[in-house]
Design a protein. Structure first.
Length: 395
């Protein structure tokens, strides 16, 4: 094999096997940067539990094989754990309790920190909250949103993640817990603007930038509600650099905040959909990852290279058993399954609804119009795809 052919082969192998977010290189050599990947709801319905069951326990690693390179590439990857680790019997909807091995699979896949404040926090009541905290601690997985008591909340608010010389402060809140109460001294962070303002002030004093995870909105609605927009205004006004929303289980628009010079300073993601779940009703099997680089320099905190990647929860039958796995949708076509193609078109309409024409076809705008800005979608191919796939571009 001559040198040219060998070079081409190595290049093809690299493109075929390495996931890649758009890199950012600061012009200021003194600047410090942290790359973030933000994801949607991590859910665990009964079919997922059954699919993960093995002769000796539960194995979730195959669920994340094809998305893990994107999660691992970032300095910090954040997910919302919308379930409890309440122990046996394991259950799906409406009161979730997942096997502990799920957390270890998430950590192995590349998650750095999880949020635990959501409407399913109390599915196993107070004991379930305490056990979830204990399992996360044992697994070495940082988290925020639930606490054993007020003293623990105070010491862990904000949850600080240090990377590359920067301190990220993470806060998390939920609109409610499905009416299921929890007993003191356990604390669940509920949406309360007075408390949130105090937490943000504290976080600004001890960190370089603040990420706020919000469990909010109306399920299955493509546009953020008036309440979401009101709370987003409040959080951005009070110093949140990033607002990361979930709960609607579908993709919703993004909102940017730029200064007078056009520099991106803040970002709000209203909803990223279901990172993984057994929900199939369109478009709930699709979601997105959002990637952004936070830079601290003489200009203060700025955001760079914002980018999104659409994903899809595929449910192949392997050896007679249904499986679940998160796949990156990078202009790919999954043979025999029209869902990903429909989802890509739907998501782009939601995310790019300021575009009036796509290939000459007029798009009716959604009720909520985000700023006229289009983030790039990932196009580079990642891992070789599983059996039954062929690469055909939609776009």
């Amino acid at each position: 094999m001559n040198a040219v052919k060998l070079t081409l082969l190595l290049l093809l192998l690299h493109v075929g096997c390495a996931a890649q977010w758009t890199p950012y290189y600061p012009a200021d050599s003194a600047a410090r940067c942290v790359s973030l990947t933000l994801t949607g709801d991590i859910m665990q319905h009964l079919p997922q539990i059954e699919a993960a069951e093995r002769a000796r326990g539960y194995d979730y690693a195959p669920c994340f094989t094809y998305i893990a390179p994107y999660l691992r590439q970032s300095d910090v990857t954040v997910g919302n754990l919308e379930l409890t680790l309440g122990g046996t019997p394991y259950r799906g909807y409406p009161c979730f309790s997942a096997p502990d091995t799920l957390v270890y699979a998430l950590r192995q896949a590349g998650f750095s920190v999880l949020t635990t404040a959501n409407n399913h926090t109390c599915d196993r009541q107070t004991a379930g909250i305490k056990r979830t905290i204990a399992v996360l601690e044992q697994a070495g997985m940082p988290f925020t949103g639930t606490f054993r008591n007020a003293e623990e909340r105070d010491s862990l608010t904000p949850r600080i993640i240090e990377k590359n010389g920067l301190r990220m402060g993470l806060l998390a809140y939920t609109y409610g817990t499905n009416g299921i109460p929890f007993a003191k001294p356990v604390v669940v962070n509920l949406i309360d603007t007075v408390q949130m303002a105090a937490d943000l002030e504290k976080a600004r004093r001890c960190t370089d930038f603040v990420v706020v995870a919000m469990h909010w909105g109306i399920e299955y609605q493509d546009a953020p509600s008036a309440e979401q927009r009101r709370l987003a205004d409040f959080l951005l006004r009070n110093g949140a650099t990033l607002v990361v929303g979930n709960h609607p289980h579908v993709v919703q628009p993004l909102r940017t905040v730029r200064d007078s010079a056009g520099v991106l300073r803040q970002l709000c993601i209203y909803s990223m959909g279901n990172f993984i779940s057994a929900q199939r009703t369109f478009p709930r099997a699709g979601a997105m990852l959002v990637h952004v680089v936070v830079e601290k320099s003489a200009r203060g905190i700025t955001l760079h290279a914002p980018q999104y990647l659409l994903t899809y929860v595929e449910r192949p039958v392997i050896a007679g058993k249904k499986n679940f796995r998160v796949l990156p949708l990078e202009g790919q076509y999954i043979s025999g399954d029209d869902y990903p193609k429909r989802f890509i078109k739907h998501a782009e309409k939601v995310l790019w609804n300021t575009r009036r024409e796509v290939e000459g076809v007029h798009l009716r705008p959604l009720p909520y119009m985000p700023p006229c800005e289009v983030f790039p979608q990932v196009r580079l191919k990642s891992l070789a795809y599983p059996e039954g796939y062929r690469r055909v571009s939609f776009l």
